[in-house]
Design a protein around this ligand. Structure first.
Ligand code: ADP
Ligand code: MG
Length: 227
């Protein structure tokens, strides 16, 4: 993944969120307060604007700015959770790009343009750091009917594909498939975290909005990496 691909990923998420905002809000109206689509649309619109004004030197810069913007612009649970995840992804990459001599490995080409490259293992590491950050903040575990129920299977599938020698496109496609399965598997669950948990047993039988937006995020990664 290079800076252009990272930007394309975020742009694809913004487009998917915009396209599916009504569905996300509908899902949230069943077991929440009907603002998930609105929240994310506002957030990713702000992110696209912020990235337009950003001179990124690394992939990490793109993701850190994405996360920071989400944290500052989105209310509700999901803004700070996704914001923390993207910031953690970006920070993990920044660390990975500093080599043994402590020199930033972002390469500069003939025109002086930074073209930091992150391989599939690097992206896997970043995605793991994102989930860890999100879980540190939200304390949700698998089965709580949250973002984690789509994110964790996606990460597991991504890791497995990379471990088997798959490239970024293959890993992202596997992750998107697993996220979709995880999203669907939230329907029979009873929510134990977030607003939906106030409903107790009445949260059963509805697909989780956050798990649904997480699927959009992984599907966007699969779309932009597809070769
Ligand atoms: P709010 O619930 O504050 O209105 P949103 O509607 O934007 O925020 O987001 C709701 C989604 O946030 C839920 O569907 C759920 O997936 C996710 N969520 C809520 N709490 C947590 C948590 N502690 N950890 C992970 N995800 C969570
Ligand atoms: Mg809500």
């Amino acid at each position: 993944m290079d800076i252009a691909l990272a930007r394309a990923w975020i742009a694809a998420i913004a487009a998917a969120v915009d396209e599916n905002a009504d569905q996300l809000t509908q899902l949230d109206s069943a077991i929440g307060d009907a603002d998930h689509g609105v929240n994310l649309r506002r957030g990713f619109t702000a992110v696209v604007e912020a990235l337009n004004g950003l001179e990124a030197a690394t992939v990490g810069d793109v993701l850190v700015r994405t996360g920071a913007t989400l944290v500052s612009k989105v209310g509700g649970a999901a803004g700070p959770l996704y914001g923390t995840a993207f910031r953690a992804m970006g920070k993990a990459l920044a660390e990975a790009q500093v080599d043994a001599e402590g020199v930033a490995k972002a390469q500069v080409d003939a025109e002086g343009v930074a073209k930091a490259q992150v391989d599939a293992e690097g992206v896997a590491k970043a995605l793991r750091a994102g989930l860890e950050g999100l879980q540190r903040l939200g304390a949700a575990v698998p089965g709580d009917k949250t973002i984690v129920d789509a994110y964790l299977p996606a990460l597991t599938a991504f890791d497995a594909a990379v471990g088997a020698g798959g490239d970024l496109a293959t890993a992202a496609a596997e992750a998107a498939r697993a996220a979709e399965e995880g999203m669907r598997a939230t329907t029979p669950l009873q929510a134990r975290k977030g607003r939906a948990s106030y409903l107790g047993a009445r949260s059963v039988g509805h697909q989780d909005p956050g798990a649904t937006s997480t699927w959009l995020i992984f599907r966007a990664l699969a779309e932009v990496t597809r070769t």
